[in-house]
Design a protein around this ligand. Structure first.
Ligand code: HEC
Ligand code: HEC
Ligand code: HEC
Ligand code: HEC
Length: 417
């Protein structure tokens, strides 16, 4: 390798890198009626893909409106509080709300190429039969790989070093971010044909959930580690409602107690932890001891040595590495109906403890029940109606009562059997 010293060399390298970045085509480039812009889905016998992906995205998918929300009064207020001149053009907002388009069509919000990769180099080749691998080599994001898919969603639905929703944004009015791969994919809604059950992948949706949990934990720990080493404390990493709740003499938190920690000490957001721990115990028990010990290091660093950012960062980085091995295991795991029912039973058995971690864990438990029961039952209207009761209960997190939630959860879980 030739070394060019000094800033001139760095400049040359930056220019070369920019030249190599493939360009965006824009959603309009995918919208032709014989590509992805059909008005209705093609029958499976005629086409492997639906063909109406553009229509689904532009009509029902909130991503197509993601940059328009930056124009709303809520966003203006947020910008004012944060000292941002214009939310529509400031990177602190557009990094997630206007992505995957050339500059001139930023109003497309989160466009096709935000999830599928800049298309300049794969647009031509990808229309050929069996071209997936060649397109991936040319920059198509391999969304068929569940871990890659989940990581890409989490870039915006969790955030990263360059895409940031921290407590400053949240306190200015930004919604708090929560994510679960299967639930969010269906809510988007999906615009592909889900894989059919096959040998080694009996219930594909349960695998979506499992890989999504493992990736969310790993990426969550990576983000915690970055934040703890750079700007600590970051309140968005903690369980929100330990600070934000009504104070009551008969508080459920006091009744629950503070197992293994000082009363009133801070807790890392348990939603990242509770369901992941349950998944590993059930689906990959050989990894449970190492995972539990890594989690223990993080939670105890936060609750006993809170001011030690470097210590929190090191514990979180190590937990992330541990979780990467779980991601690999889950991506190849077979979730049979028996296994998934056992997972739901374990979730139900543990619901008092999980509910005691607070509303975020309760929300993850709800999405887990939703995704896992749909994996073996399909999308049944009567189960979805019962699920809606749980989601409704979680709409008012600062008056949340762990016992009330747990009782409701048991009732719904009994219906989703
Ligand atoms: C890390 C990525 C990220 C950044 C940065 C970001 N947002 Fe968001 N924003 C999201 C996501 C993801 C959602 C959807 C959350 C959900 O519903 O789960 C969202 C939702 C919103 C909503 C609510 C939209 C609705 O339909 O209810 C508004 C308003 C908003 N963002 C404005 C902003 C503004 C203004 C900024 C800059 C100050 C900003 N966002 C920065 C990711 C981001
Ligand atoms: C928020 C992320 C996201 C956006 C935005 C998005 N997609 Fe997708 N798309 C996915 C995911 C995830 C899949 C499922 C993975 C798969 O099957 O490859 C998918 C699947 C597809 C498929 C099926 C691929 C196959 O091989 O079965 C097509 C075609 C497609 N998308 C086209 C589009 C088009 C066109 C747009 C814009 C109009 C778009 N997508 C916008 C995430 C997205
Ligand atoms: C480039 C950033 C980005 C990526 C990548 C991304 N999203 Fe989003 N997503 C957003 C933003 C911003 C919003 C808020 C849009 C709005 O409400 O107007 C959003 C909203 C959503 C919503 C609606 C949430 C609600 O409250 O109604 C769902 C569901 C969703 N995304 C699923 C996904 C999934 C699944 C993936 C990955 C396959 C994904 N997203 C990838 C930025 C992104
Ligand atoms: C360590 C305690 C702490 C944690 C943890 C915390 N916050 Fe805050 N939050 C505060 C404080 C202090 C304020 C400022 C209140 C004020 O100025 O009146 C605030 C302000 C806010 C506000 C705006 C004012 C209000 O009360 O409505 C929102 C919204 C908010 N936080 C949401 C969250 C969310 C969501 C989380 C978790 C992701 C979170 N907070 C985590 C302490 C915390």
């Amino acid at each position: 390798m030739i070394r060019i010293p000094g800033s001139f060399g760095l400049l040359l390298m930056a220019v070369a890198a920019a030249a190599q970045q493939p360009g965006y085509i824009g959603a309009g480039g995918c919208a032709s009626s014989n590509c992805h812009g059909a008005t209705s889905a093609a029958p499976e016998s005629e086409s492997r893909i639906l063909g109406n992906e553009y229509s689904i995205w532009s009509v029902t998918d909130k991503h197509s409106r993601a940059s328009k929300v930056l124009d709303e009064p809520r966003s203006k207020r947020m910008a004012q509080i944060l000292g941002i001149t214009d939310a529509r053009s400031d990177k602190r907002c557009t990094s997630c709300h206007a992505a995957g388009s050339p500059e001139r069509s930023r109003s497309d919000g989160v466009a096709c190429e935000a999830c599928h990769g800049a298309a300049e180099k794969w647009l031509g080749p990808h229309t050929q039969k069996d071209s997936h691998a060649a397109s991936v080599a040319a920059g198509l994001i391999d969304t068929k790989n569940l871990a890659t898919r989940a990581k890409n969603c989490l870039e915006c639905h969790l955030g990263s070093a360059d895409r940031v929703v921290d407590h400053d944004l949240i306190a200015a009015g930004h919604p708090d971010l929560a994510f679960e791969l299967d639930t969010f994919s269906w809510a988007q809604p999906i615009h592909h044909r889900e894989p059919k059950p096959s040998a080694g992948n009996t219930l594909p949706r349960a695998r979506n959930w499992a890989v999504g949990q493992a990736v969310a934990f790993a990426e969550g720990m990576r983000l915690l580690s970055t934040r703890a080493s750079k700007s600590w404390p970051e309140f968005a990493e903690l369980e929100c409602y330990q600070c934000h709740h009504d104070l009551r003499a008969e508080s459920w938190r006091i009744q629950r107690g503070y197992a293994g920690r000082r009363p009133g000490s801070l807790q890392v957001n348990q939603a990242r932890v509770d369901l992941f721990r349950l998944l590993v115990a059930q689906a990959s028990p050989g990894q449970a001891a190492a995972v539990n010990s890594a989690i223990q290091q993080v939670t105890s660093a936060v609750s006993t040595r809170f001011a030690d950012g470097a210590g929190v960062a090191a514990a979180a980085a190590s937990a992330a590495r541990q979780a990467d091995t779980v991601v690999t295991a889950m991506a190849g795991a077979d979730f049979t109906s028996d296994k998934v029912r056992a997972l739901v039973k374990a979730l139900n058995d543990d619901i008092d403890r999980i509910a005691g971690s607070g509303p975020h864990s309760a929300e993850q438990a709800t999405m887990a029940l939703d995704a896992l029961s749909a994996a073996y039952l399909g999308n049944k209207p009567e189960v979805q109606k019962a699920m809606a009761e749980l989601y409704d209960y979680l709409e008012h997190p600062s008056t949340y009562q762990a016992g009330t939630f747990a009782a409701l959860f048991r009732k719904v879980a009994a219906r989703a059997n």
